[in-house]
Design a protein around this ligand. Structure first.
Ligand SMILES: C[S@@+](CC[C@H](N)C(=O)[O-])C[C@H]1O[C@@H](n2cnc3c(N)ncnc32)[C@H](O)[C@@H]1O
Length: 308
């Protein structure tokens, strides 16, 4: 599967897991895809549902996608902007990056966010206690080459096209509010911040949040997939043991790159937790169905069936 990568990157982006998640998704034709922690949006954007609510607590992400949906940001507008700002970055170096960062933290312009996100260190989004973007410069004054700008504008084109073809809403809200309207027809994909990792202003995540999320998922009539981590070489995610025993848990190994060095590849067992049989269309028993999926996704794939 070719994964369409979105124009904004964020920490914990699921580009490498999209196919795995998509293959286990069950969404009825008339249902709504609900993604309360959209981040970059890469999962839903590749599932391409007819109707979707993409939501996040970060207003910057939501403003950016509403600007695309409403035509305030197009591939052409972004190209012109990145060419102009890219030339200034080439001429003035990091001084220009920090000028744009200050400008964004005062005005919140979505194009400035795009520039920062695509030229900052490690291409992430991180906000300080006051909600200001605080990622340092990525040290590449030549960042906005012609090819790089084309890549970004094609990513914008993909979203422009999808938002004109489908009924997609972008809403800034806490996950509790977004999920409260979910019905049996809908499908929820949850990818909350991982406790103890990636914590920042829009990403603080507490034990209470985790508990509220599982409580909601247990009471809603909606099918869901929840992404989380299962374990790494040092520890196991206690929330999975504590809250997810009643659901089906699938895991597979995923390598996170920290920095540029191959040595810093940290193996992590990723999990998806679901409240249904992932292949009901095939009339064979659950173990066999999962074995088929296991064959396709053969990287260290383990299935834990729900405890009754
Ligand atoms: C791990 S990221 C999602 C990554 C996304 N699945 C992707 O592939 O790009 C988690 C997202 O949850 C958002 N978030 C954090 N706390 C939230 C809350 N209480 N309600 C809604 N969104 C929240 C963060 O702003 C962040 O964008």
């Amino acid at each position: 599967m070719t994964v369409n990568v979105p124009p904004l990157k964020c920490q914990g982006i699921k580009t490498k897991l999209v196919e795995w998640i998509k293959d286990h998704t069950i969404l009825q034709n008339n249902g709504t895809w609900i993604e309360p922690f959209m981040g970059s949006g890469v999962v839903g954007f590749n599932v391409r549902p007819n109707r979707a609510v993409f939501s996040d607590s970060s207003p910057h992400i939501i403003n950016f996608y509403n600007a695309i949906k409403q035509g305030r940001i197009t591939a052409g507008i972004a190209k012109e902007f990145l060419e102009k700002e890219g030339a200034l970055l080439r001429a003035k170096g990091e001084e220009h990056y920090y000028e744009v960062r200050e400008r964004f933290n005062k005005g919140g312009d979505s194009l400035d966010l795009l520039f920062l996100n695509r030229s900052c260190f490690n291409g992430v989004m991180r906000f300080n206690k006051k909600g200001g973007f605080n990622v340092p410069f990525g040290h590449k004054p030549e960042r906005f080459s012609k090819a790089y700008i084309t890549k970004i504008t094609n990513q914008i084109k993909y979203v422009t096209q999808a938002t004109s073809q489908y009924d997609w809403q972008f809403v800034c809200a806490d996950f509790r509010k977004t999920m409260s309207a979910a019905t049996q027809r809908d499908f929820i994909y949850c990818d909350p911040p991982y406790i103890g990792r990636h914590v920042d202003y829009f990403n603080s995540w507490s034990e209470q949040d985790e508990k509220d999320l599982y409580d909601l998922l247990s009471t809603l009539p909606t099918k869901f997939i929840l992404s989380t981590w299962h374990s790494n070489q040092y520890r196991t995610n206690s929330a999975v043991e504590k809250y997810a025993y009643q659901f089906t848990i699938l895991t597979r190994e995923h390598f996170y790159h920290v920095g540029a060095s191959e040595k810093n590849r940290n193996p992590m067992l990723e999990a998806i937790i679901l409240n249904y049989n992932p292949m009901p269309q095939m009339e064979i028993e659950l173990e066999n169905q999962l074995a088929l999926l296991e064959k396709k996704h053969k990287d260290d794939y383990v299935v834990y069936l729900p405890k009754s």
